[in-house]
Design a protein around this ligand. Structure first.
Ligand code: SF4
Length: 96
């Protein structure tokens, strides 16, 4: 049979994360008001306040979504203070 055979061994798509943030005491914040966390979790204030540090972006697909109703009721669960001894608790990584 004539024709063209194309074999795809592996196509890897690298998506550049692009999050602006102005919370400059966060471990993941960097110059230019950029977040350099490899992933973040945004949640309702109630969720953020009630969950331990270990509950964060790496387990997002196991979490139940909820409604905030207003941006003032959302927060970044991935925030961790610079120099904190808890920077590894969430299993999120700095990309640079
Ligand atoms: S983890 Fe959250 S608070 Fe920290 S820099 Fe990124 S977006 Fe901002």
């Amino acid at each position: 049979m004539n024709g063209i055979k194309i074999t795809y061994e592996r196509i890897e798509l690298i998506v550049q994360q692009h999050i602006h943030c102005i919370v400059n005491d966060c471990h993941y914040w960097t110059q230019g008001n950029k977040c350099v966390a490899n992933e973040i979790l945004v949640a309702t204030n109630g969720f953020v306040e009630s969950q331990p540090d270990q509950v964060d972006a790496p387990m997002a697909n196991q979490l139940t979504p909820d409604s905030a109703g207003n941006c003032a009721y959302t927060a970044c669960k991935t925030y961790v203070n610079k120099g904190s001894d808890k920077i590894n608790a969430d299993k999120v990584n700095r990309m640079s």
